[in-house]
Design a protein around this ligand. Structure first.
Ligand code: FDP
Length: 333
């Protein structure tokens, strides 16, 4: 380690202007970093240990559960099992909120997470991620969750871990976005970029275009519009990894747009796939803090009032000018 290298735990403690006391954030982020290290190690060895594939179960969302989905969720539960200040856990993999009443006091928090984002990539050694959102719990709420079911503007911190060629952790606590890379020799996340800024415009878009026929005509027109440009300087290339975190990370660094439009149902309603509380709200918080935007196609994701912890929404997220254009073209009607 170079004398100038700054570890995540140290950096969190010296960050100014955060939405929660840095001492609380340091305790929570240090555990999320530990989870990231455990997951990265597991992903590196899972194929050798024959720990890939499906468990045979179906989760609350009707999706087949992969062995690694289950394993990564257990890592969160075990890592946050003991000790203040986290008293509630909300996961893509659990129907109900997991409460730790013994940790629920003044100044306690909920962590909402998708332990393994992009799970279709597990068996092909593709990019994967973990997404997290940290919210305050109101004193005395115990196992009632109406204090968690609030718009994303109430998050105190949020971020993600990307498991690619390198493992990186990116987070915001409401005053800019910082990125860290896992130094494998050291076993520590070390500061990689401070105050990350998303370019206002990019040259790539990420979408599962195979779903095009199921979208609102506005979304189809939007894709037609951005793919019909002949001039090299304004044309777009498609880049889709199948992992939201990996596609978002590209947008954060190079600009561009990730979109998962709603699927129009037989009743004419638009149904999103991605989850509001532990996928869209946290990455929209990161996007906005880096000068980007996150929209449902009709408005700001961070202002959506959730009606359930597993609510889904359409998403258009990335460079500000591209998100604005999508909204102007009335992608979701
Ligand atoms: P996954 O279900 O594989 O975990 O959020 C869910 C997500 O992946 C995103 O990470 C990804 O961008 C998208 O869904 C992939 O969905 P499709 O397979 O429908 O393209």
């Amino acid at each position: 380690m170079d004398e100038h290298d700054v570890t995540l735990s140290r950096h969190v403690l010296i960050r100014e202007g955060t939405r929660a006391p840095v001492t609380d954030l340091a305790l929570i982020l240090e555990r999320i970093a530990l989870i990231g290290k455990l997951i990265a190690r597991q992903l590196a060895h899972a194929s050798i240990r024959d720990e890939l594939g499906y468990t045979g179960d179906t989760n609350v969302q009707g999706e087949k559960v992969k062995w690694l989905d289950e394993w990564t969720n257990q890592v969160f539960l075990k890592t946050f099992a003991h000790g203040f200040p986290v008293c509630s856990l909300v996961s893509e993999e659990m129907e109900e909120v997991h409460h730790r009443p013994e940790n629920c006091r003044e100044n306690s928090y909920a962590v909402l997470y998708d332990p393994l984002d992009g799970s279709s990539n597990t068996d092909v050694n593709g990019a994967l991620g973990t997404i997290f959102s940290i919210r305050r719990r109101a004193p005395g709420h115990g196992t009632k969750i109406d204090d968690i079911l609030h718009p994303g503007t109430e998050q105190v911190a949020a971020g993600y871990i990307l498991y690619g060629p390198a493992t990186q952790l990116v987070y915001t606590a409401g005053n800019g976005v910082d990125g860290f890379t896992l130094d494998l020799g050291l076993g520590e996340f070390v500061l990689w970029r401070e105050n990350l800024r998303m370019p206002r415009l990019g040259s790539t878009y990420a979408v599962n275009q195979g779903n095009l026929s199921k979208w609102h005509p506005g979304a189809r027109k939007f894709i037609e519009h951005i793919t019909s440009r002949k001039d090299k300087s304004t044309s777009y290339s498609l880049r889709y990894t199948g992992a939201f975190v990996a596609d978002f990370h590209r947008c954060l660094l190079e600009g561009g747009l990730y979109l998962y439009p709603g699927e129009v149902t037989s009743e004419g309603k638009s149904k999103g796939k991605l989850r509001l509380m532990y996928e869209l709200a946290p990455l929209s918080f990161v996007a906005e803090q880096a000068r980007g935007k996150g929209s449902t196609g009709k408005g700001r994701i961070l202002e959506v009032n959730p009606s359930a912890i597993h609510e889904r929404q359409p998403v258009y997220i990335g460079s500000a000018l591209e998100v604005d254009l999508a909204e102007q073209m009335r992608v979701e009607g």
